[in-house]
Structure formats: structure tokens, C-alpha cells
Design a protein around this ligand. Structure first.
Ligand code: UDP
Length: 330
């Protein structure tokens, strides 16, 4: 059985569905603070609970035979992390250490960790590979880097193997249109643009038009959530198929293509067939100007390859928002 923490969230729910599709038994642990029960695949066993609750973890590890843990439960908003750093160190660091402690106690050796490109900070290189120095500039990135450090240490001291995946910007929705992104409040760029184009807000804000980029707006690398999900599955299979190999790997997961905020607005306008009203705002705290991945390492080591381009990410997100104008609430 595979334990997926945060399996009711945007990314976790896509991974749970893919795990179930290929025949894994899945146990989801989620406190539903930001996730949605409706997003959890019916084939999975759902446990409502907190990763920071050692009693819940203890009973879970005693009751189920767990081969691997995929850990998505986390707080993940750059802006909020600047305003509420303790929330990030509590949820992302303290609670994860609690989980790791329980895993070691119960001799569970396989761990997939959701890390982030925010660990790189403001890199002085256009394309980011895993060798670049790590200088996160916001508490979110710092909290994830702390856990990468912890993982590295325990993999040296214990029979414990892990793969940390440094995500770039995740986008899109399941191709079926049945699960997608539903945050409250929504802060991410693509949902904000599409909801505006649906008439749900009177303008779309651009946070900073004075960056050192060709059009002055921030550049990000957007990866489709199903490609991200397949990266997790391949990482899991690599761990499970090589039970005796010492594995402590970090992989970037991105599309290797940069899209600026302004370009994204134009791409969304094309998909939605509507024109956006734009309002230029000051820069948002904690935003690096330019983050684009090299994903060569995971491509060559695991044979991962993204299937969906940015247009499909926008189209699947648009399809999700049209079918679910109020998200999971109907
Ligand atoms: N952004 C924006 N308007 C919005 C939401 C986001 O201009 O309504 C910008 C944000 O400042 C960043 C980029 O879009 O430069 C991507 O932000 P998002 O929150 O989607 O992801 P992040 O890069 O913070 O993980």
C-alpha cells in the first residue's frame, strides 16, 4: 500500500488517481484544510487526519502495510509564507519531521518528497539544473530546503531511500475534466486569469512589470499536473524496483520553457476567446524574476518525458473551470 499525504489536494489527487489507475492500493491522509474530499479517487482509502498528529500516524502505520510514503501535505504559497513564516516552518518542517520519525520507527524506507524550485532563490543562470546553489528567498523555499537537508542526513544514517522532486509551476487539470485546481483564496496565475475571463473578477492583477525580463513581467516554467504526476509514479517505481540500491536523488520537474505573466494572459485569452482587463500592481514579496527548469536529469535517469504543452495546460484548466464554475462545491 502507498500512503499519500495531502492526497485530497490539487497535485496529490492527480497522483492518487494515477496510482489507482495502474493498480496500486492507496491510502490518503489529509486534514482537508485546503484539500477536497470530492477530489479523492473512490478507489483509495481516505483517512481524515493531520501529518503532525503522531497518534494518527502511529495507528496508520500499525494498521496498514505501507511500502512507501508520498508526501504532498504542505503549505505552498510563496506570498503567504512571507506573511506567516511560522505556519510554513510548522506545517512543512515540524510536521514532516514527525512523519519521518514515525516512518523510521516502523521501518518504512521509501519516501517521495514534494520540493520546489523556490529552493534555488534567484539563480544567476537562465536554465536551472540541480547543481545550482540553493539560496531560497522566501520561507516556503527555505522550509522545503530544510527537509531536503534532513532527508540527506537520514539517508546516510539509516536504511532510508528518497527522491525529492523540485517542482516548477504546476498547471492544468485532469484530462477527464473531473479533478482540477480549487484553492480558496486562489492566488495562482492561471486560475486567476481564467476565472477573470469567466467574469468572476473585474480585472487580472500583474504583480510587477519592472523586472529584468523582456516584457518586464516574471517568467515561470509551467508543467502540466498529469506530467508532474507521471514523474512521481516513475520516481516511486524506481525506488520500489531497486530495493537494495541506496537512492537519495533530487530531480527538477519542469517543461524547460519560460512563459512570462503577460504571455500567459495572452495565451489564456486565446483559449477562452475573451479579452482580459489588466491592472499593474507592485511586485509581490518573495517572487524571483525568472525560473525555468532543466529537467535533463530525470529524463536521462528515469526516462520521464512531459506529454502536455502549455496550451494543453490552459485548455484542460479552462475545461475544468467551465465544468466546475464553483470548484468542488456544486
Ligand atoms: N501572478 C500575477 N498575478 C496573479 C497571480 C500571480 O501576476 O494574480 C504572478 C506572480 O507574481 C508570479 C507568477 O505570476 O510572478 C506565478 O505566480 P503563482 O502564484 O501562480 O506561482 P508561484 O510562482 O508563486 O509558485
Amino acid at each position: 500500500m502507498i500512503l499519500v499525504t495531502g492526497g485530497a489536494g490539487y497535485i496529490g489527487s492527480h497522483v492518487v488517481r494515477e496510482l489507482a489507475d495502474i493498480g496500486y492500493s492507496v491510502l490518503v491522509l489529509d486534514n482537508l484544510s485546503t484539500g477536497h474530499l470530492e477530489a479523492v479517487d473512490k478507489r483509495a482509502t481516505f483517512i481524515m487526519g493531520d501529518v503532525g498528529d503522531s497518534n494518527v500516524l502511529e495507528s496508520l502505520f500499525q494498521s496498514y502495510s505501507i511500502q512507501a510514503v508520498m508526501h504532498f501535505a504542505a503549505s505552498c504559497l510563496v506570498g503567504e509564507s512571507v506573511e506567516k513564516p511560522l505556519k510554513y516552518y510548522q506545517n512543512n518542517v515540524v510536521n514532516t519531521i514527525q512523519l519521518l520519525n514515525k516512518m523510521l520507527e516502523h521501518n518504512i524506507k521509501n519516501f517521495i518528497f514534494s520540493s520546489t524550485c523556490a529552493t534555488y532563490g534567484v539563480p544567476n543562470q537562465v536554465v536551472i539544473d540541480e547543481q545550482l546553489p540553493l539560496n531560497p528567498i522566501n520561507p516556503y523555499g527555505k522550509s522545503k530546503l530544510m527537509i531536503e537537508t534532513v532527508l540527506n542526513s537520514i539517508s546516510e544514517s539509516h536504511d532510508f531511500r528518497y527522491i525529492a522532486l523540485r517542482y516548477f509551476n504546476v498547471a492544468g487539470a485532469h484530462i477527464s475534466g473531473e479533478i482540477g485546481e480549487d484553492h480558496d483564496p486562489e492566488t495562482h496565475l492561471i486560475p486567476n486569469i481564467l476565472r477573470h475571463l469567466q467574469g468572476k473578477s473585474s480585472y487580472i492583477e500583474i504583480f510587477g512589470k519592472d523586472y529584468q525580463t523582456p516584457d518586464g513581467t516574471c517568467i515561470r516554467d509551467y508543467i502540466h499536473v498529469m506530467d508532474l504526476s507521471s514523474g512521481h509514479i516513475q520516481a516511486l517505481q524506481y525506488l520500489l524496483q531497486n530495493p537494495r540500491r541506496k537512492i537519495a536523488e533530487i530531480f527538477n520537474l519542469g517543461n524547460e520553457r519560460g512563459v512570462s505573466v503577460l504571455e500567459m494572459i495572452h495565451l489564456c485569452e486565446q483559449v477562452a476567446g475573451a479579452k482580459a482587463r489588466i491592472k499593474i500592481q507592485p511586485r509581490r514579496k518573495g517572487d524571483p524574476p525568472h525560473l525555468v527548469a532543466s529537467s535533463q536529469k530525470i529524463k536521462s535517469l528515469l526516462g520521464w518525458a512531459p506529454k502536455y504543452d502549455i496550451k494543453i495546460s490552459i485548455e484542460t484548466a479552462w475545461n475544468w473551470f467551465k465544468k466546475h464554475p464553483n470548484g468542488y462545491k456544486q
